[in-house]
Write a protein that binds this ligand. Structure first.
Ligand SMILES: [Zn+2]
Length: 348
């Protein structure tokens, strides 16, 4: 019995020291001191001993237990200390290390381009006007002299708003011209830029695209003003003083006469060939690009806005901002502008 207690003591001390955490030490405690633990086993055997033995063995068992309990308490403290020491080792941080740089976004190439265009016009005295994207038929078509039976109003081309009668997603930014003229007296010198919508979707068309629209109305405004402004603007936008423009007669209901304008190709500078003699693909070797629609504001449109066409004249023009940004930045595919592919966006 005496040896048995000594062995038990030796074993337990070994287990206490071997316990590497408070949890495993608790298990050791239960194994030895628990209700069905090894120590209680010894106590139960005492009753079979003689009175003398009960005294000596019982005393030894109690003393041993006290020693072991003290050792357990001590081990708890050791483990706690070790935990804290370990914490200092594993959780330390160097507060002088530079912080992680968050990924920083920037404005989209198209937004940047629109800002550049705005700055060019601002230097020429134009201000920016704005209008709604969901537009009344009245402003999108009627006031722009687009007849009720004009094919542009067709369901095929225009997004009509289902729950809002006589409203469309504006097919052009020209509606802003009317809104501006209704609330302002001449002289007018504005541009407007923004989203326009048509039922068109292929490699070179997107159902949503961006338009730039310009309007100048004053006394004695002529074609010469139109040509001068357009030429100067294109030269500044494409950062090329050699750019020339030419005008071809065309038809738009809200201008008379109406024109389409071409500019010399900013890539090959009108030669149709690149520096190394390779044919220019952008202008298909013609040296010219169709770049905008324009014209002198139709007298009826001026009247619709409350102006007197005998007193004032004006010009208007519109161009696709997406295509211009593509030309300027040598972007090959329209879709790249709208796909939100970071590999593309981060290049600008
Ligand atoms: Zn070219």
């Amino acid at each position: 019995m005496h040896t048995h207690i000594e062995t038990l003591k030796k074993d337990m001390i070994h287990h206490i020291s071997a316990a590497k955490s408070a949890e495993s030490l608790k298990e050791v405690e239960v194994k030895y001191f628990g209700k069905n633990g090894l120590f209680n086993g010894i106590m139960r055997q005492l009753k079979d001993l003689s009175d003398d033995e009960k005294r000596t063995i019982g005393k030894l068992a109690n003393e041993t237990k006290q020693v072991l309990e003290a050792r357990v308490s001590e081990r708890y403290l050791e483990l706690e200390d070790a935990l804290m020491a370990n914490l200092a080792e594993s959780e330390w941080m160097d507060v002088t290390v530079p912080g992680a740089q968050p990924i920083q976004g920037h404005r989209h190439v198209l937004t940047q381009f629109m800002d550049e265009v705005e700055a060019v016009f601002a230097r020429m005295g134009f201000s920016v006007a704005d209008g709604p994207e969901v537009e009344e038929e009245h402003y999108n078509f009627d006031q722009l002299n687009i007849p009720a039976n004009h094919p542009a109003r067709d369901m095929q081309d225009t997004f009509w708003v289902a729950n809002l009668p006589r409203h469309v997603l504006r097919t052009q930014t020209s509606s802003v011209q009317i809104r501006h003229m209704e609330t302002h007296q001449p002289p007018v010198r504005i541009i407007t830029m923004g989203k326009t919508f048509r039922k068109d979707s292929d490699a070179t068309h997107s159902p949503m695209f961006h338009q730039l629209e310009g309007l100048m109305v004053d006394t004695d405004i002529s074609m010469a003003h139109l040509k001068a402004v357009i030429t100067e603007v294109l030269q500044q936008i494409f950062e090329d003083d050699s750019i020339k423009t030419r005008f071809r007669i065309s038809y738009f209901p809200f201008v008379e006469p109406g024109m389409e304008a071409d500019c010399t190709c900013p890539i090959c500078h009108g030669s149709g060939k690149l520096n190394n003699g390779v044919p220019c693909r952008l202008c298909k070797q013609t040296g010219w690009l169709e770049i905008l629609g324009a014209g002198m504001v139709h007298p009826q449109v001026l009247k619709n806005a409350g102006y007197d066409p005998e007193q004032v004249t004006g010009f208007a023009f519109g161009m696709g901002l997406d295509r211009m940004a593509m030309i300027k930045h040598r972007i090959n595919h329209l879709r790249l502008l709208f796909e939100n592919d970071l590999r593309f966006i981060e290049q600008f």
